[in-house]
Design a protein around this ligand. Sequence first.
Ligand code: ATP
Length: 355
Amino acid sequence: MKSKFVKLKDITKIYKTPGGKTFTAVDNISIDINPGEFVTLLGPSGCGKTTTLRMIAGFEVPSEGDIYIGEEMVNSLTPDKRDTAMVFQSYALFPHLNIFENVAYGLKIKKLPPKAIEEKVKNILALVNLEGLENRAPNQLSGGQQQRVALARALVMEPSVLLFDEPLSNLDAKLRVYMRTEIRRIQKQIGITSVYVTHDQAEAMSMSDRVIIMNKGIIEQVGSPQEIYNKPATEFVADFIGVANMFTSVVKEVGDRYVAIELFDQIFKAKKRKDFNVNDKVKVVIRPEALSLREDEGIKVKVKTSVFMGAYQDYVLKYGEEEIKLTDYNPTNKKVYSEGEDVFLYINENSLHLI
Ligand code: ATP
């Protein structure tokens, strides 16, 4: 299957609200998506991710900027002329048509010969693991199967770009996890450029080549799931993705490859990932699972809360007024500390990230 790059250049979307005011939903963003890449737009409700996806599809027109699909500037093209296909949260299947007819619908409109239609529908239904269900009605399928039909119906048109608008939101938790892998398998098999909108960070992390984190109409960070998690560019990203300890500190010393900061009355050297000056205020980000507890080495802290979660023990520790979240995996085979106990906190300098 062909696949194309997608380019958004300086895109802004301003909505007119009923009171005659304007609202900037997307504020001068630029995005480059490579052919065959799976990119997720992730962010809280109202951040502009759906608006961005709908502009790529052609359901919304940008107020400013240009959108390219492959070499073609598509700003003035209607959705049906754009070589994209969208998979919706609601599936949007035709209830009175059976599965075969649902998938064949777009090809019939395009007036393909019946033999070609049959061949294409058969191949796509095999790809999404729905062989044998051709004659069922949509309401005779499970939610997961209906979403596969929706995916098949998009894929059968052989678009160059596949767009997903929160496609798994209506499924139960287990099925959602399963469908993540299924969508990714199918996407990889055909190598189609995909843009996927979600507010579920686990979905974004587990499926994407790159994640675009949006907030209030702007892009906070673009990166692989690992980069976004381990090297958040902003406080918003650190806080939005996973759980983060964030402490305020001051730069004490700047070396070639490290930055020395003071934390819990000790000096730590963190990897220098961008330029800092002495006396700069910084935020120190530490993930709870990167911290560990020791009997006799580190910073003396007090256990404020200690909660058994099965796979891990969740602690909140106190150092003076400062609270520190710590997650200890596989607690069954370790010493577990209780509320009120004194313990030593060990910080590995490699896990310090400065913003
Ligand atoms: P959600 O996850 O809740 O769908 P989102 O990140 O996808 O959020 P958008 O749907 O893109 O956000 O909306 C961004 C902002 O633009 C929101 O504040 C929304 O209220 C506003 N908005 C969206 N569509 C319109 C419209 N047609 N007219 C006016 N404002 C709109």
